[in-house]
Design a protein around this ligand. Structure first.
Ligand SMILES: NC(=O)c1ccc[n+]([C@@H]2O[C@H](COP(=O)([O-])OP(=O)(O)OC[C@H]3O[C@@H](n4cnc5c(N)ncnc54)[C@H](OP(=O)(O)O)[C@@H]3O)[C@@H](O)[C@H]2O)c1
Length: 330
């Protein structure tokens, strides 16, 4: 089936500079962690990706292990590139990562040069790409010297496999060290991908300062806390929701607890006074930092994309609103 991207796709999206680099990212990025794997409907995934690009979302975030099964999100995205998005490759920022378990044995996870390079080669094959735009070390490796992991990222850029490199979930001190090593190698650390949402504010405790000092861009993942910061769980757990489908197995310790939902109910009332949905306010709140280059959302249907992009029409918070949010979250 032929796909022609909407001619209006650049009319409403706001692009933000990523640190001090030449790279601009859409305020909203679509991540393919859930809902784009082998177990999911390919036609739904296709509709979501098409709608995203039609609304100016030029950045799609992947990783070796996204699926399930691991690798299948990259395979599906490769199919979408072949059938739909291929002609627009130069309008896209495609990222991948390696760090979590991908294959058995000592070379299938963490941060060795052996693992990172082999994993990216597999990702490129799955997506039928010659290069990715951004490649990340997905998590810090307590055993591999940071010089080796950063050296591998530098090699990956110099060998043409990626245009930019970044790190994910590194703490402030690790981030500063990684940035220094990469700078000395001549390949800047362009972006950091930490988790950030109203229920997980760890980056406010030092990381944002480091990113600002080092001129590194920030793309905050799970701004909706996997859907908990929306109105979908206010009346219970729908069967077809992420929490419904995965029962108690949500990662990152996320749970639809009574205590959390009571806070979301209050936040939802505040969102209404701003003329926004809960999801829109949660996204705008993440984007309020000048260091934030993009909010990295997930979506299980087209309307989630539309809801997220509409958040950009009301991005500002006054002091009273921010105080009210803080006191609900306290
Ligand atoms: N670097 C890392 O270690 C790391 C870790 C995790 C994620 N990530 C990246 O971050 C991306 C986003 O993570 P995430 O999926 O947890 O993000 P999220 O935006 O916090 O949650 C997305 C989920 O929320 C629900 N949702 C979205 N919009 C909604 C709306 N308007 N109304 C109601 N529900 C809505 C959907 O779940 P339902 O299925 O319930 O509809 C959707 O799948 C991932 O795809 C990945 O690229 C990176």
């Amino acid at each position: 089936m032929d796909y022609y991207a909407a001619e209006t796709r650049y009319e409403n999206m706001i692009y933000r500079r990523c640190g001090r680099s030449g790279l601009k990212l859409p305020s909203i990025t679509l991540g393919l962690w859930y809902n784009f794997g082998g177990i999911d409907s390919f036609e739904n995934a296709r509709a979501v990706v098409r709608r995203a690009f039609d609304l100016g979302i030029t950045h799609f975030d992947l990783a070796n292990n996204y699926g399930p099964p691991p690798g299948s999100a990259e395979e599906n995205f490769g199919k979408l590139l072949r059938h739909d998005l291929g002609p627009y490759r130069d309008e896209l920022i495609i990222s991948s990562k390696a760090g979590y378990l991908m294959w058995p044995g000592p070379y299938g996870e963490w941060g060795s040069r052996k693992y990172l390079v082999a994993s990216l080669d597999q990702s490129l094959k799955r997506m039928h790409l010659e290069y990715v735009d951004i490649f990340y070390s997905h998590r810090p490796d307590p055993e591999t010297p940071l010089e080796e992991t950063m050296g591998a990222l530098d090699f990956i850029v110099r060998s043409g496999r990626a245009l930019y490199v970044g790190i994910s979930s590194y703490n402030p001190e690790q981030t500063r060290q990684a940035a220094t090593i990469l700078r000395n190698l001549g390949t800047p650390c362009v972006i950091h991908q930490p988790r950030y949402n109203m229920f997980d504010r760890w980056i406010e405790d030092g990381l944002l300062d480091v990113l600002s000092e080092e001129s590194i861009g920030c793309i905050g993942f799970s701004p909706l806390c996997q859907g908990i910061l929306t109105d979908k769980y206010l009346d219970g757990v729908p069967e077809d929701s992420r929490a419904g489908k995965w029962k108690d197995q949500l990662t990152w310790g996320d749970a639809v607890s009574t205590e959390r939902i009571a806070r979301v109910a209050k936040l939802n009332e505040l969102a209404k006074t701003r003329g926004q949905s809960m999801a829109q306010m949660a996204i705008a709140w993440v984007l309020r930092h000048k260091e934030m280059s993009s909010a990295l959302i997930g979506a299980s249907c087209v309307s989630h994309i539309e809801d997220a992009v509409a958040a950009l029409t009301n991005p500002d918070f006054d002091t009273e609103e921010l105080k009210a949010i803080d006191s609900i979250l306290e």
